[in-house]
Design a protein around this ligand. Sequence first.
Ligand code: DP6
Length: 367
Amino acid sequence: MNTAQFIPSAFNFSIEKATYTWQTPSNIALIKYWGKSDPQIPKNASISFTLQNCHTITSIDFVKKNTASEITFELFFEGIKKESFKPKIAQFFDRIKEYCPYIFEYNMVINSENSFPHSSGIASSASGLSAIAMCLLNLEKELNPSLSSAFINQKASLLARLGSGSASRSIEGPLVVWGNHPEIKGSSDLFGVQFPYKVHVVFENYQDAILLVDKGEKQVSSTVGHNLMHKHPYAEQRFAQANENLTKLSEILQNGDVDAFINIVESEALTLHAMMLTSNPYFILMKPNTLEIINKIWKFREETKSKICFTLDAGANVHVLYPENEKEKVNHFIQEILANYCQKKQYIFDTVGFGAKKVVNYRHKNH
Ligand code: DP6
């Protein structure tokens, strides 16, 4: 795999002090990434919808230092200094230092906030790490103005991937594939790419309502879950199935067959959780209300002929997916029925989005 192209050579420009702010989204996988090898290489290709309302806004202040022997940074989350978040970010910087040697030369002050409530069970690593990656690439672009925007997106996705695999899919939108796949032109294990084919109009502005079933800390982290795929009896079958499902979903996204979409997306969600149930040690991330919601969705679909469906991430929350033309009807169903199965009746209406955005003149909370 050719990663050398992402290692910069000496820069012609020098920058003493700069601040960049980026807004990057969360994403929800339709074909799931579950299983990886070093360094953050997925065992199968995955595809996700990029979200719009669930995002992180991060600024980094870069100030040039006299010595460049170690990586130094401070971290503020929602205006408060967060020592507890530092190890994860320090590990991220350590993993990417080969690709961004310039981070040794600056003291970095990171200010970050999420549009969604922290510890809502919505993974903030995808949006959080992709936002840092975009700020770094912004600095790199100033140091080397010849970088193309295609290269910037690729490299930002590569960096984000090294922090958290699914973060590689949070730079662009509305559909991003990560992982080498024979039928997806340009796809790579190193970075996410925009789904390269024309998508049927029914999948434009697709809706995603995130039902917050359980906001507690997950009992088993994604990292542990991925690791359990190493000795999993069904692992190889699962990786092959995911790649086959992506072949089918690629066709479906182009031809607009929503019933086939529902079948693959729901099967992927349940298969992901089946892998957890059949890991050793085994674990369950769904809650009773996750199942209540799934059954209610199936009943509603049966009774109303709606094209509503669900997917799950590595937790108890349910993502409800539906076409834009059903927005009124389904939002009403969520408010009246499904909200009763959410913690404190909380849910977030979101829509498919278009990826990272530069923000100018942003003032962070309490800053
Ligand atoms: C179930 O990207 O959180 O959401 O690479 O260890 O950080 P790490 O894992 P992470 O795994 C996400 C798994 C998933 C499926 C998906 O998003 O494809």
